[in-house]
Design a protein around this ligand. Structure first.
Ligand SMILES: [Zn+2]
Ligand SMILES: [Zn+2]
Length: 316
């Protein structure tokens, strides 16, 4: 679910800077971070929250208005990421975009908006751009997958994500009616359709898995769900995990994120995920709600407490 910038009660940039570098674990852990005041500001916020990876929107996630990023902000972002060793940088695409849809005008706007997403991701030097595969309402699922692949090809035409080190990540969804990507197999189907078009891989959201009916809570269910993901996608093709607890029941198809350890998924599932030896190279990013001041830091700390490796001080 979207997080609104307006809901942030206290801007960490308005507080005194930390005296010491944050303690880190043996995993890349981060959170969706506000880019208010300029995208580069998100890097400083992520560092102060104790992250070593982060996700941002590169434009207003609920408006079509195209926006190019000032070169100075892109350069500042590169410098801050290298100073604080913040990687990967994940960009989440605008929520309005639906590249699988049947409405022609909406599809045209979505392609233009997604082209802007790719351009900004390349300008920022981001490693990943996360896209919801969209809804095929009014058509067939197969037609939706075809429209999505063609639209991504059109949006990226003349751009070179491979040369820029950018991979498009197709995110699994809660499996609501007409939405693509409700199962690992459907995400794999979309990835297969993108072969030869753009570098593509998967982003798996724990809350969406749970809402779509996959058991990530019991130890056996967790192991089975990871086996299904491995069989359909290959765990190596999941470089980014969205770590969100869930307010809704397993199989409800309702996408309602909850604070880590406070929902229907619970802490142990995140401990298993963060300790899985096959996932040591992945980035784990929370998109948890902000209900009270300090929630972002609490959710980051909750994930770090469940990750392996003695917390270590950053080199900076
Ligand atoms: Zn969600
Ligand atoms: Zn997500």
């Amino acid at each position: 679910m979207p997080r609104t910038l307006a809901k942030e009660h206290i801007d960490i940039l308005k507080q005194p800077p930390p005296k010491r570098p944050p303690r880190l674990t043996a995993r890349r852990i981060g959170i969706h971070t506000s880019a208010a005041g300029g995208v580069d500001k998100a890097a400083e916020r992520a560092y102060r929250l104790g992250c070593n990876t982060f996700q941002i929107f590169s434009s207003n996630p609920r408006q079509w208005t195209p926006c190019a990023l000032p070169a100075a902000q892109c350069e500042a972002m590169r410098q801050l990421r290298s100073k604080y060793d913040l990687k990967p940088l994940v960009i989440h695409a605008n929520y309005l975009i639906n590249l699988a849809g049947t409405n022609r005008e909406f599809h045209r706007r979505s392609i233009a908006a997604f082209r802007g997403e790719v351009e900004r991701a390349l300008a920022l030097g981001a490693e990943y751009l996360v896209l919801h595969p969209g809804s095929y309402r009014g058509g067939t699922r197969e037609g939706g997958v075809e429209r999505l692949a063609a639209a991504i090809g059109q949006a990226a035409d003349g751009l070179d994500p491979a040369a820029g080190g950018l991979t498009i990540l197709i995110e699994n969804t809660a499996g609501a009616e007409f939405s693509l990507g409700g199962s690992p197999e459907q995400v794999a189907e979309v990835l297969a359709s993108l072969r030869g078009i753009v570098p593509a891989a998967a982003c798996i959201d724990t809350c969406h898995l749970h809402a779509a009916g996959y058991d990530v809570v019991s130890p056996e269910g967790f192991a089975l769900t990871l086996r299904r993901l491995d069989a359909a996608l290959g765990l190596r093709r999941i470089p980014v995990w969205h770590c969100n607890d869930a307010k809704s029941a397993c199989g409800s198809h309702l996408d309602r994120h909850q604070h880590i350890g406070k929902g229907a998924i619970g802490r142990e599932a995140f401990r298993r995920l963060l300790h899985d030896p096959r996932l040591t190279r992945a980035a784990f990013i929370a998109e948890t709600p902000i209900d009270r001041p300090g929630d972002d830091r609490r959710n980051i700390n909750a994930l770090k407490a469940l990750a392996p490796g003695r917390p270590r001080a950053n080199a900076h």
